[in-house]
Design a protein around this ligand. Structure first.
Ligand SMILES: [Zn+2]
Ligand SMILES: [Zn+2]
Length: 380
């Protein structure tokens, strides 16, 4: 049956209204607004580090260096804001950017002394949000502009705003998840084997990383498959699948229950393996980058890598609403478990023509968050 399927090409018409063009003031307006908003958030993070920074992340970056980044972010926000007045277009965006930055300056700007971070029971990962947003836009938006799969697809595609809300909420939640998971990891102490941990630690770092990737991938494969195949769980995960145009931001769409359970579950193998911190840090970086990359609007072919690791084409098929692709390609890091368990779908010469769910979900953030609860009530 699958062999008879007729694959189609996807056509994305260029959306001139939403496209960015140089010299119009639109790029300046959005840059000013986003830099202004991120700067203000960063100023708050420096003012209230205990509540707005992630302890684990804080140990990995240089807070003084980031103050310099903040300084340039604030000045560039002002500069871009002024440019919109020069172009005499998108002045509202520019004015908003300037306003947010000036508020940041009024609160102390980039010269707020760096305070110590006392661990809190609950804190928000504003620093993670800022770094992830700046890093992702720089790296992945550049890649998407250089090697787009669908050149007609614009950055401000329909529903980009919804996905930005998901991006912000899910990134802010990271420290809550980490605190929760670290706290509960000790429930699994009974499963720790000192002999296993010693063997893992005596292996070279690259092997430890490979082992972590495999174990995490197995857990994520099982969890992902359950979300698809257990009827009562599907409405939660359907939120991630409701996106109909994929790009770097689209992968952020995910119900908080799914994001929370996924992150918490993956901690278990990491905790039990007891690998070196270097290996763990490499894995966390790899996993974060790969999760964005596989949703990107990117035509890089990836050569033989695509037969081992999850690549955009593989995960794009996972998001397809076309019959042969439904409930396939569950892997998060590698394609190994899909191969082993018969859920692999990758017609090499084709990409999906349609993305999304077969039953369309509501389109707003709040409606989507409520969607699984509504479904649950309907079933009763
Ligand atoms: Zn899925
Ligand atoms: Zn996805």
């Amino acid at each position: 049956m699958k062999d008879d399927y007729v694959y189609r090409e996807r056509h994305v018409e260029p959306d001139l209204q939403r496209a960015f063009r140089l010299g119009e003031g639109k790029i300046s307006g959005y840059c000013s607004l986003f830099l202004g908003a991120l700067s203000l958030l960063a100023v708050y993070a420096y003012l209230y580090p205990a509540y707005l920074t992630t302890l684990e992340l804080r140990q990995a970056y240089d807070a003084e260096l980031l103050q310099q980044v903040l300084k340039y972010g604030m000045y560039f926000s002002l500069l871009f804001g002024v440019l919109t007045f020069y172009f005499n277009r998108y002045k509202r965006l520019g004015a908003a950017g300037i306003g947010l930055t000036l508020l940041g300056f009024a609160l102390g700007g980039y010269s707020i002394p760096i305070g110590n971070v006392e661990p809190q029971r609950l804190s928000l990962g504003a620093d993670w949000l800022i770094l992830a947003f700046l890093g992702s836009t720089l790296v992945f938006m550049t890649l998407e502009k250089l090697f787009p799969k669908y050149p007609g697809q614009v950055i401000l595609r329909s529903e980009w705003g919804v996905d930005l809300v998901y991006f912000c909420f899910n990134h802010l939640m990271i420290s809550a998840i980490l605190i929760y998971a670290n706290y509960h990891a000790s429930h699994f102490d009974w499963a720790i084997s000192p002999a296993v941990q010693e063997t893992v630690r005596s292996a070279p770092v690259w092997l430890q990383v490979a082992l972590i990737i495999l174990c995490a991938d197995f857990v994520l494969y099982c969890e992902h498959r359950l979300f698809h195949e257990v009827r009562s769980l599907w409405p939660i995960h359907a939120v991630h699948h409701s996106v109909e145009d994929l790009d770097w931001l689209a992968g952020s769409r995910g119900h908080f229950i799914q994001v929370f359970s996924e992150r918490a579950l993956v901690m278990i193998p990491l905790y039990l393996l007891g690998a070196d911190e270097t290996a763990l840090n490499i894995y966390v970086t790899f996993a974060a980058l790969q999760a964005i990359l596989i949703h990107c609007n990117l035509r890089i072919p990836f050569g033989p890598i695509k037969f081992v690791l999850v690549t955009p084409q593989f995960h794009h098929w996972h998001h397809s609403s076309e019959a042969p692709a439904i409930d396939t390609n569950y892997g998060a890091h590698t394609v190994i478990f899909d191969r082993l368990f018969g859920t692999y779908h990758m017609p090499l010469n084709y990409w999906p023509a349609e993305y999304g769910t077969t039953v369309r979900l509501p389109r707003g953030y709040v409606a989507q968050i409520l969607y699984p609860f509504k479904k649950l009530l309907q079933r009763k």
